[in-house]
Design a protein around this ligand. Structure first.
Ligand SMILES: C[S@@+](CC[C@H](N)C(=O)[O-])C[C@H]1O[C@@H](n2cnc3c(N)ncnc32)[C@H](O)[C@@H]1O
Length: 251
């Protein structure tokens, strides 16, 4: 699994369907304090953490379980001159124990909510780690339309994978979080996110004809491409949701 994702995401910097300009847009909304502390769970190549550390005077910790991706993250952080401010840990996010007490200014998990058994569990876990008034940022899929049973069958997904965009917001609000902002990916963003995976898989196959994993790699990549083109492009959405942990103020 790690090898498959490592290959198919080799051309991505941000490993989710939010484009760079929308990622920067939501980073502008963070308004983090100097010396603030940030945790990013399932940090991928640490691109989000690097962009945050380049925008604000903060320190960050990134967690990722993939041996391939955490190495990419280390290279990225070193190349950006951020080794002194970003710590990277090769760990299971679900087993990571943050410092006792809610000490963080921002806790994020972008595209990894299975770590906490879904969107609600992720919001609960992250909000438990941030200070009152601190921020929780998640990236999460949502259904734009009801998924076809054939789509679910081919992708092995469950209709309960996610809710609607409104339901994703409502989950946070029902937990007592204040919604500050969302950025929603459009078809261009999705096409880029998916297309980079197809091109990376096809290129790997040409460059490594003797690798026995090439056949299943191409099969999975092409099945996923076909499901996306036939159904996923219309029914699956993606958004980043920025919430604030309230200081006990409830309307
Ligand atoms: C869709 S990618 C998103 C990466 C990153 N947040 C981004 O948006 O660029 C999901 C990431 O979750 C990581 N991951 C999967 N299971 C994990 C776990 N149990 N703990 C920590 N990271 C995990 C994967 O290695 C991958 O880098």
């Amino acid at each position: 699994m790690w090898k498959y994702y490592g290959i198919t995401h080799s051309d991505h910097t941000v490993m989710n369907p939010t484009n760079l300009s929308k990622t920067r847009e939501i980073i502008e909304c963070l308004r983090l304090p100097d010396n603030g502390r940030v945790l990013d769970v399932a940090c991928g190549k640490a691109e989000f953490l690097c962009l945050v550390a380049e925008r604000y005077e903060v320190t960050g910790t990134g967690l990722d379980l993939s041996p391939f991706t955490i190495e990419e993250a280390r290279r990225n952080v070193a190349a950006r001159g951020l080794k002194g401010r970003i710590e990277l840990l090769h760990v299971d996010g679900g087993k990571y124990e943050p410092d006792p007490g809610a000490t963080l200014d921002l806790a994020s998990c972008i595209g990894g909510s299975w770590v906490y058994h879904g969107h609600k569990g992720t919001l609960e876990a992250l909000s438990g780690m941030v200070k009152p008034g601190g921020l929780v940022l998640v990236g999460e899929p949502f259904w734009r339309t009801e998924p076809e049973p054939d789509y679910l069958k081919l992708t092995g997904q469950d209709a309960g994978l996610c809710g609607t965009h409104g339901a994703n917001v409502r989950t946070g609000v029902d937990l007592g979080l204040s919604l500050l902002y969302t950025v929603v990916s459009n078809e261009d963003d999705w096409d880029r996110y998916e297309g980079l995976q197809w091109q990376a898989a096809e290129r790997y196959a040409v460059d490594h004809p003797d690798d026995p994993d090439v056949k299943p790699l191409l099969q999975t990549s092409r099945d996923s491409r076909d499901a996306y083109l036939r159904w996923g492009r219309d029914c699956l959405g993606w958004a980043m949701y920025l919430f604030r942990k309230t200081r006990g103020i409830r309307p």
